[in-house]
Design a protein around this ligand. Structure first.
Ligand SMILES: [Zn+2]
Length: 458
C-alpha cells in the first residue's frame, strides 16, 4: 500500500479535500480523505507527498484519433474546406502511411496523453491494431472504436461482413483495460442500412459504440436538403443519397442508432429537441470545443447538454485538428467559449445572460467523471473513490503562472495545462513521473517520429 498526499485532493464525486490523501493498494483505491486520518488508519504505509499540488482522477479524453498524431501541423492549408481536409487525411492515411507509421503515430498520441495526465481515451481508429498497440505499450486505459465506412447502399452487406471479420480478429488484442468498440464513422460516410446493421450488432454483442454526429454545416446541408460538399462528393462517386430532411440526431434515432446508447462526437448542430432526444436514449456526447473552433464548425451547446442531463465528456479529437491533446486546456476552452459572447451557447433569447455559464467545477467534472460516464466506464474510473481502480494524476500548483491558488478548481481549469502534470497513474501503475515516461523510451520515439515525418513530407 502507498499513500499519495498533496495540499489538495479532488475526488470530483465529493468536495475538494485540503491536506488530502489517497491510499492505493495494488490496482485499487482503498481510501480517500484527510491525510491525518489516512496516516492514522494506515500507519505502516509509505507516504509520497507532493506538497503544493493537487491529486485528481485521471483525465479522460472522450474522443481521440491517436493514429492521426503524425499529421499534427500538417494539412493546415486544407482546413478551410472540411470535405477536402477529411479526404486528404483519408488519402494520406491509406496511401502514404505504412503500418509502422500508424503504430508510431498512435504511440505518439498515447505518450502525449500520458504526459498530459490522461489515463483513459476513447479512440476512434481505422487501423485499430495500432491503437491497441499504443495504449498497451504506454499503459493507458481505453476503448478502441474500430471505424466502419461504407456510404454506398449497394455494398452495405459486404461492408458489414468485413466489419464482422475485423471485429472477430481484433478481439484478441483486448485486455482488461483496453476494450474494443465500434464506430460507424459519420452519417455521410455510412449508409442508412449499414448504420442499422452496425447498431443492431453493437447492441446484440454489447460493444460500446461511438459516432461523429452533427458536426459541420456540410453535414446539415446533406441531411436536410441533399446538397453541399458531402452531397456533391457522393454524387461524384455515383452513390445515391436521398436526404432524410431531418436533423442528424433525429435520423440516428429513426435508424435505431441511438438505441445502442452511442457516444456522439461534436453535436454542434443540435437544438433542444435533439438534445432531449439524446438524453431520452441515454446516448452520450464527446464535446470537442477546440477542434470545433479550429475547423470553424462553431460551438456546441455545452450548457444545454448539461441542463438536459446528458453525460458529457471532453475530447481532443485528433491532433490534426487541435493541435494538442491537453484535456485541461480543453476544459478551459470549454468554459471560455461557453461565456465569450455573454449568452449561453449563442442562445440569444435573452434569459441566459447569467446563471448558465460553465463553471470551473463543471468543466473539471466533464474532464474526469463526465468523460468516464460518457464512455460507460464510471464504475471503474473517473473519480477518486474507495473501490475504484487507481487512475489518477498529480498536478503541480506551485508554478508562478498558477500562484496564488485561492480557488483550487479555478487554478486547475484556468491556470494549468498538461505542462503542469507531475504524475500519471493507471490502475496503480505509474506511467509518467516528473517529466519522464516510465513505460516507453521517449528519446527513441522522438527519433523515429522525426524520421517518419521527414519521409511523409518528401
Ligand atoms: Zn473525430
Amino acid at each position: 500500500m502507498i499513500i499519495y498526499a498533496a495540499q489538495w485532493v479532488l475526488p470530483i464525486s465529493s468536495p475538494p479535500i485540503e491536506s488530502g490523501a489517497l491510499a492505493v493498494e495494488g490496482e485499487r483505491i482503498i481510501a480517500v480523505g484527510a491525510r491525518a486520518h489516512l496516516t492514522e488508519r494506515f500507519p505502516e504505509a509509505p507516504i509520497r507527498d507532493f506538497a503544493r499540488a493537487a491529486i485528481l482522477p485521471g483525465l479522460i479524453n472522450a474522443h481521440s484519433h491517436l493514429e492521426l498524431s503524425l499529421l499534427r501541423n500538417a494539412l493546415e492549408a486544407d482546413e478551410a474546406d472540411f470535405f477536402a481536409w477529411l479526404r486528404r487525411i483519408t488519402i494520406t492515411r491509406l496511401e502514404r502511411m505504412t503500418e509502422e507509421d500508424l503504430k508510431l503515430s498512435a504511440l505518439l498520441g498515447a505518450a502525449e496523453a500520458a504526459r498530459a495526465g490522461v489515463t483513459c481515451t476513447g479512440d476512434a481508429s481505422d487501423v485499430a491494431q495500432a491503437s491497441f498497440y499504443a495504449l498497451r505499450e504506454v499503459g493507458l486505459r481505453g476503448i478502441v472504436y474500430k471505424e466502419v465506412f461504407g456510404p454506398d447502399v449497394r455494398t452495405a452487406r459486404e461492408q458489414f461482413a468485413k466489419m464482422q471479420e475485423s471485429i472477430a480478429a481484433l478481439r484478441e488484442f483486448e485486455t482488461e483495460r483496453v476494450l474494443l468498440g465500434l464506430s460507424p464513422h459519420a452519417p455521410y460516410t455510412v449508409s442508412a442500412p449499414l448504420l442499422e446493421m452496425v447498431a443492431t450488432y453493437a447492441r446484440e454483442n454489447e460493444l460500446p459504440m461511438m459516432m461523429h454526429a452533427a458536426e459541420s454545416q456540410a453535414e446539415t446541408d446533406l441531411m436536410l436538403y441533399g446538397r453541399g460538399p458531402f452531397a456533391e462528393g457522393l454524387a461524384r462517386r455515383g452513390i445515391e443519397w436521398r436526404a432524410p430532411g431531418i436533423s442528424t440526431i433525429q435520423y440516428l434515432a429513426r435508424l435505431g442508432v441511438l438505441g445502442a446508447r452511442p457516444l456522439l462526437a461534436h453535436c454542434i448542430r443540435t437544438d433542444d429537441a435533439d438534445i432531449a432526444t439524446i438524453a431520452s436514449f441515454d446516448a452520450r456526447i464527446a464535446h470537442c470545443p477546440k477542434s470545433n473552433a479550429k475547423l470553424g464548425h462553431g460551438r456546441a451547446p455545452f450548457t444545454r447538454f448539461l441542463r438536459h442531463g446528458v453525460k458529457v465528456g471532453l475530447g481532443s479529437d485528433s491532433v490534426a485538428s487541435n493541435n494538442t491533446c491537453d484535456i485541461l486546456e480543453e476544459a478551459r476552452f470549454a468554459a471560455l467559449v461557453s461565456r465569450y459572447d455573454g449568452t449561453s451557447d449563442g442562445d440569444s433569447s435573452g434569459d441566459d445572460r447569467t446563471g448558465h455559464r460553465v463553471s470551473a467545477a463543471q468543466a473539471l467534472h466533464a474532464a474526469t467523471l463526465g468523460g468516464a460516464r460518457a464512455l460507460g466506464l464510471d464504475d471503474r474510473t473517473g473519480s477518486l473513490e474507495a473501490g475504484k481502480e487507481a487512475d489518477f494524476t498529480v498536478i503541480a500548483l506551485d508554478h508562478l503562472h498558477q500562484l496564488p491558488t485561492h480557488d483550487v478548481q479555478a487554478a486547475i481549469v484556468f491556470s494549468s495545462s498538461a505542462n503542469d502534470v507531475r504524475l500519471t497513474v493507471v490502475a496503480g501503475r505509474e506511467i509518467f513521473r516528473e517529466g519522464r515516461l516510465l513505460t516507453i523510451d521517449e528519446d527513441d520515439l522522438r527519433r523515429r517520429l522525426i524520421e517518419a515525418a521527414n519521409r511523409l513530407r518528401s
